[in-house]
Write a protein that binds this ligand. Sequence first.
Ligand SMILES: NC(=O)c1ccc[n+]([C@@H]2O[C@H](COP(=O)([O-])OP(=O)(O)OC[C@H]3O[C@@H](n4cnc5c(N)ncnc54)[C@H](OP(=O)(O)O)[C@@H]3O)[C@@H](O)[C@H]2O)c1
Length: 371
Amino acid sequence: MAFEGRELRSLVGEDGSLSILLETVALGDPADDEVIVRVEAAPINPSDLGLLVGPADIASVETTSGGLRFTIPPARLPSVQGRLGQSMPVGNEGAGVVVAAGAGVRALQGKRVAMVGGGMYADYRKIKAREVVPLPDGVTSAEGASLFVNPLTALGFVETAKLEGHKAIIHTAAASNLGQMLQKICLADGVPLVNIVRSQAQADILRGIGATHVLNSTDGDFRGALLKAVKETGATIAFDAIGGGTLGSDIVQAMERAAVSRMTAFSRYGSEEFKQLYIYGALDLSPTVLNRLAFGFDWSVSGWLLFPFMKKAGPEISGRMRQRVLDEIKTTFVSNYTKVIGLAEALQPDVLRAYERKATGEKYLIDPSIG
Ligand SMILES: NC(=O)c1ccc[n+]([C@@H]2O[C@H](COP(=O)([O-])OP(=O)(O)OC[C@H]3O[C@@H](n4cnc5c(N)ncnc54)[C@H](OP(=O)(O)O)[C@@H]3O)[C@@H](O)[C@H]2O)c1
């Protein structure tokens, strides 16, 4: 049986424009190891927005016959050279019902599954059966739509900290969907966590779920409070979703000052305590500014990405992480959505401006069945 449906695509043109379009595509029969899933729910996460609107100037949005068009500021064009002229499917993860299954995976026919692998903003998604996970009974597609990206990343942070010998963690943009999951995990696992947010309302959200260390980066005494929290917890690893600006630098500097305060003799090379800053997001696109002379010499700043981590961690750790997400799908790993929109609605300028803000507690979910 052939399936035809809409797919949301993002295209960067040679002229420096970015277009978002709804294309109609026909899906051939699934191969022996593939299934076709009718998508019922797919979240719009910051990483999806990175592909959907990329570096385009949101204010330049104009409606075209096929969808939306934006201009990309010339300075940002080099970052999209690799995707020029390619119509890219969007949507990292989602959930839905298997409507066709290949000969080797017939048992999945009719099952509600969660899946990861891109191209989820579509009516139908053909995908390898190994990329889907049957949802437990009683779990809806909306509840299963965000089963991979944020839950596994939050668990991955704790695993990384353990594997690399750190006893406490610092996290920025900490009231995010992911940050709230991380706080719940750290409470359950007894890992001290220092949360950094940028408003009182965000601090209240985290305290409401049991956080003890919550710092507001807009407070006048932020740096002093950060040093105090680092001393109290012994944190030597940080995960920074913001990336741009000086916050990451402030964190490593606080770690070094805490370490120096524990030294009995002065060294002009600084402390011998290793400090790790992982930048795992790009909420601020401006350059990362590092005041490295305040770090001593035992430090590292690098990127952190979920799927390479899972590969490196190996099947035992990644299997355990996946199982925990399934076990705690209705508690630790609940995602809340402000609004459920159809595929066509995702292309309305006002709606796009709202979900593109990536504001705390304002995550959108796409349900293609509603339009
Ligand atoms: N590397 C990986 O493998 C990986 C995997 C999963 C997620 N991520 C990243 O994880 C982060 C959180 O994702 P999410 O889905 O949990 O996000 P979310 O729920 O949409 O929340 C985004 C948060 O970021 C804050 N924020 C936005 N722009 C900011 C800025 N310029 N400076 C400081 N805070 C800012 C928002 O606060 P306001 O309300 O104040 O704007 C909000 O609290 C994203 O950066 C995402 O890309 C990375």
